[in-house]
Design a protein around this ligand. Structure first.
Ligand SMILES: Cc1cc2nc3c(=O)[nH]c(=O)nc-3n(C[C@H](O)[C@H](O)[C@H](O)COP(=O)(O)OP(=O)(O)OC[C@H]3O[C@@H](n4cnc5c(N)ncnc54)[C@H](O)[C@@H]3O)c2cc1C
Length: 382
């Protein structure tokens, strides 16, 4: 084996790449494997906040910035209190996750971290990876780059964007209840759109307030700030506050078949592997779950990516995205129906792709049929 020949290469040390590296590090089967991580940035910035729900104590508890078991959902018409147990809603700063993962990897002698901007992956046995600094051979490649075809947009797939801007605000006196968060608040809408704000209190005087849209087009930069200003002054009724941190992001919400771009031992992971839940934009827990599945598959001698994509839920998500794409203004009503009719536990289980067909039907009957029927016909005929 040459010095640049590895058993496994992971391209991208983001959420997916680091979850996978940690899952391999925790599994004795991989102790003898030489594992290369290729990452083009230093991963030393807090470039996002990961929120996710889980039952009871989880793997990341020690790293959490905040956690809540009580929350609220607001539509224009009503407030719905959410009592989460046995779930908790957790907030993890990306930088804490990156630093933890980097520390763990640095103490594992079979891992090698290389700063590299990967340009191409050539299939063969072994697979050849070419980057700005050099080339590398590996028997397995896990690749978090997004396939270029996704950006071409001339196909039959729906592409919505989850786009958002958030401020961490600080008030001079106590204004927040750190035990209670706002999951979704539809009282302030960007006209004709699926848009909402969420509020994650960090303590009595600080909260992350984020204005979010699920829609086809981005807003102008100043528009996000204007909506945040209106929310903080009109809904939270705060007169005095400082903005101490900001975050902005765009997450693809799509039924594009990312996983088809995996070939043999070259496996797409993360956003580029279709691990973002199309209807919600969440993927942190999917990265953890799928990394565990890859590890189990490799140990059992199965194809590494076997069983990663829950096709039944992908189909439901495709219908939901199609409805929002055609009638974006319906979103607030659909979410209100969901949180008014079903318990948050039922909703989280459904969004975690954990419900049976009978349970799915139980949830679907509560929604207005005509827009979904139209999407169903479109999908069946295409
Ligand atoms: C601002 C923001 C907030 C989010 N909040 C949440 C949340 O609260 N909950 C949730 O579940 N999800 C959230 N998401 C969605 C999702 O969890 C993240 O986007 C997640 O980081 C996706 O993981 P990934 O590994 O696919 O991509 P990334 O985490 O973006 O990692 C990709 C990595 O690959 C590297 N890379 C890319 N190209 C190359 C190359 N050519 N060569 C070498 N390295 C390369 C990048 O530098 C990066 O480090 C959020 C996303 C954003 C943008």
């Amino acid at each position: 084996m040459s010095s640049t020949h590895f058993d496994i290469a992971i391209i991208g040390a983001g959420a997916a790449g680091l979850h996978l590296a940690l899952a391999m590090r925790d599994e004795p089967f991989f102790q003898e494997k030489r594992i290369l991580i290729l990452e083009k940035t230093a991963k030393d910035q807090n470039d996002r906040t990961f929120c996710f729900w889980e039952k009871g104590d989880g793997k990341w508890n020690k790293l959490l910035r905040q956690t809540w078991s009580q929350g609220d959902f607001f539509s224009a018409e009503r407030a719905i209190p959410l009592s989460l147990p046995p779930y908790r809603y957790n907030m993890l700063r990306a930088i804490d996750f990156y630093e933890f993962a980097k520390r763990e990897i640095a103490t594992s002698p079979n891992f090698h971290w290389q700063n590299e901007d990967v340009k191409s992956v050539e299939h063969g046995d072994p697979i050849r990876i070419s980057g700005q600094q050099g080339s590398y051979l590996a028997d397995y490649v896990f690749d978090s780059r997004i396939p270029e075809d996704f950006f071409k947009k001339n196909d039959k797939y729906t592409r919505l964007l989850q786009h958002f801007k958030g401020w961490v605000i600080r008030t001079p006196d106590d204004q927040f209840d750190p035990e209670r968060f706002t999951l979704m608040d539809f009282r302030l809408l960007w006209p004709g759109s699926t848009s909402f704000t969420y509020v994650l209190p960090l303590n009595k005087r600080e909260a992350l307030v984020e204005f979010t849209l699920f829609s086809p087009e981005l807003l102008k930069d100043g528009d996000y700030d204007r909506m945040l200003h209106r929310y903080v002054s009109d809904i939270l009724k705060l007169r005095e506050f400082d903005i101490v941190e900001q975050e902005q992001g765009v997450i693809p919400m799509s039924d594009f078949p990312f996983e088809k771009y995996s070939k043999g031992n070259h496996v797409r992971i993360g956003t580029g592997g279709g691990w973002v839940k199309p209807s919600t934009g969440y993927s942190f827990k999917n990265c953890e779950r799928n990394s565990r599945k890859i590890v189990e598959n490799m140990k059992a001698g199965r194809p590494a990516n076997q069983g990663l994509i829950p096709y039944k839920f992908r189909f439901y998500d495709a219908l939901f995205l199609d409805v929002l794409n055609r009638q974006n203004e319906l979103g607030p009503k659909l979410f209100e129906i969901m949180y008014a009719k079903y318990s948050v536990q039922q909703i989280f289980a459904y969004l975690d792709d954990q419900t049976s067909f009978a349970e799915d039907l139980g949830i679907m009957v509560g929604f207005p049929w005509p827009p979904f029927l139209k999407s169903l016909v479109k999908h069946v005929t295409r």
